[in-house]
Write a protein that binds this ligand. Structure first.
Ligand SMILES: Cc1cc2nc3c(=O)[nH]c(=O)nc-3n(C[C@H](O)[C@H](O)[C@H](O)COP(=O)(O)OP(=O)(O)OC[C@H]3O[C@@H](n4cnc5c(N)ncnc54)[C@H](O)[C@@H]3O)c2cc1C
Length: 419
């Protein structure tokens, strides 16, 4: 049973490990870039995905360079607290929430794919440029950086090639590039003194702008933290890196953070438009399916994009291991995941849980002394609770749902070959 995965990002690598753990060992990940390389910006991985990464035996390695997130605190630009909640273990989850560098997460996943499936399981410099699928089988054509084409046959093909997925484009020709929402995101990391609990995610904003800060690593010797920051503002007001960020956010007051110094100490500021994808009516065609951002890219609010890619990977492997017909398994995966992800993509278009910041600004643009002047007793808790429900990461579900660890009997696999 030869499984080809396009894209060695978080979703593709997690899929390779999940499939291997489920008993599939002919899995190859094809990555367009000449080497596995990820920018070091931060990600928050929610406990539902950390549970799955733990199930794959990766938690210790991840925690070598990560922070267990203790709280989420949201503010208006003046630093008035709109909402705070415990996160991870402190909120009653059996697994932590991790704030981690994307490059560390990808490095851990890639090293384990190579260790468990062999060095040849990741082929770099292999960009998928063509796809042929039908009753006779599935094949994908890849190009290397020199332009040499190579066609690979597979019994299953998984498109985990991100927001600009070539697999998605082949299945849905004419869709075009991902739509942008008119917001530019600036990102950077810099070492700084710890702020708030030392493991807090702070989100500040009004109705148009957002500033997000959280530590992704702690230097045990000095106690200083590597802070990941994201600043989002309308395209028309955005220009070059550091100066643009300080002009628009320099007067804001994230508690305990010297923002001018943090931005000044940031070696490199990257900026790009905020994009997502429209929900799709279908992910699966025969023995080809989509996973992660290729299937459901969403705006970065609520820490769910990479989190849900990991869940996709585990659910996909689970259905493939439990179903005697691979096409039916892919459809079952899609039936389970697509409606949930459609809901989440839609929620993130109104900024998911960060909606409370927009509401606070609309109701009290000059700030407030006490948040109870602005929100009813249960309103904020309800927004948080309902987003966790939409993302299926509420405590009860994460702690007590059945495990997604599974193993398929070896004899069941030979019958799936198509070629
Ligand atoms: C500012 C920002 C903050 C974010 N914060 C969070 C967060 O806190 N928590 C969270 O869970 N998510 C977050 N996300 C979302 C998260 O980054 C994505 O959802 C996640 O990276 C998706 O993983 P993926 O593997 O599906 O895609 P990607 O990470 O995009 O990986 C796709 C891979 O496919 C490769 N590829 C592309 N085209 C081809 C091709 N034709 N052939 C072969 N390979 C190809 C790419 O080189 C890449 O390696 C954030 C996103 C942004 C922009």
């Amino acid at each position: 049973m030869r499984i080809a995965i396009a894209g060695a990002g978080i979703g593709g690598l997690a899929a390779a490990l999940s499939l291997h753990a489920a008993g599939f060992d002919e899995v190859t990940v094809h990555e367009a870039e000449p080497r596995i390389r990820s920018l070091g910006f931060g990600l928050n991985i929610l406990p539902n995905a950390v549970r799955e990464l733990d199930g794959l035996g990766l938690l210790d390695a991840l925690e070598q360079r990560a922070v267990r997130t203790r709280e989420l605190a949201m503010y208006n630009p003046y630093g008035n607290l709109v909402w705070r909640e415990d996160r991870g273990v402190g909120a009653g989850y059996r697994w932590p929430q991790l704030s981690v560098s994307r490059s560390h997460l990808v490095d851990v996943l890639a090293a384990e794919v190579r260790r468990r499936l062999g060095d040849g399981a990741i082929v770099t410099g292999a960009r998928l440029v063509g796809l042929d699928h039908g009753p006779g089988g599935t094949s994908a054509t890849f190009t290397d950086p020199a332009g040499t084409l190579r066609t690979v046959g597979a019994d299953l093909l998984i498109g985990a090639d991100g927001i600009r997925s070539a697999v998605r484009a082949a299945l849905h020709p004419g869709e075009g590039p991902p739509p942008a929402n008119g917001t530019t995101i600036h990102r950077g990391t810099a070492w700084a003194e710890p702020f708030l609990t030392g493991a807090s995610m702070a989100v500040l904003g009004d109705d148009r702008r957002r500033l997000v800060l959280y530590p992704i690593e702690t230097d045990r010797a000095t106690g200083r933290t590597l802070v990941n920051w994201v600043a989002a503002l309308p395209d028309a007001e955005a220009d070059d890196g550091h100066a643009s960020v300080l002009r628009h956010f320099g007067g804001w007051s994230p508690p305990g953070v010297d923002l001018a110094r943090l931005v000044g100490d940031t070696p490199e500021v990257h900026h790009h438009p905020m994009t997502d994808r429209d929900p799709l009516a279908r992910w699966t065609y025969g023995r080809v399916t989509l996973l992660g951002d290729a299937a459901h890219a969403m705006y970065p609010a609520g820490s769910n994009g990479a989190t849900q890619s990991v869940i996709d990977a585990r659910v996909l492997a689970w259905h493939l291991a439990r179903n005697s017909d691979p096409g039916a398994a892919l459809r079952a995966y899609e039936e389970e995941r697509r409606p949930q992800m459609t809901e989440l993509q839609r929620s993130n278009r109104s900024m998911g849980p960060e909606r409370v910041i927009t509401l606070a600004h609309q109701r009290a643009p000059r700030g407030f002394a006490d948040v109870r002047e602005v929100f009813g007793e249960e309103e904020l808790a309800e927004i948080s609770r309902s987003y966790a429900e939409t993302g299926r990461f509420d405590q009860d579900r994460v702690n007590s749902r059945p495990s997604l660890s599974v193993r398929r009997p070896p004899a069941a696999m030979e019958s799936w070959r198509t070629q």
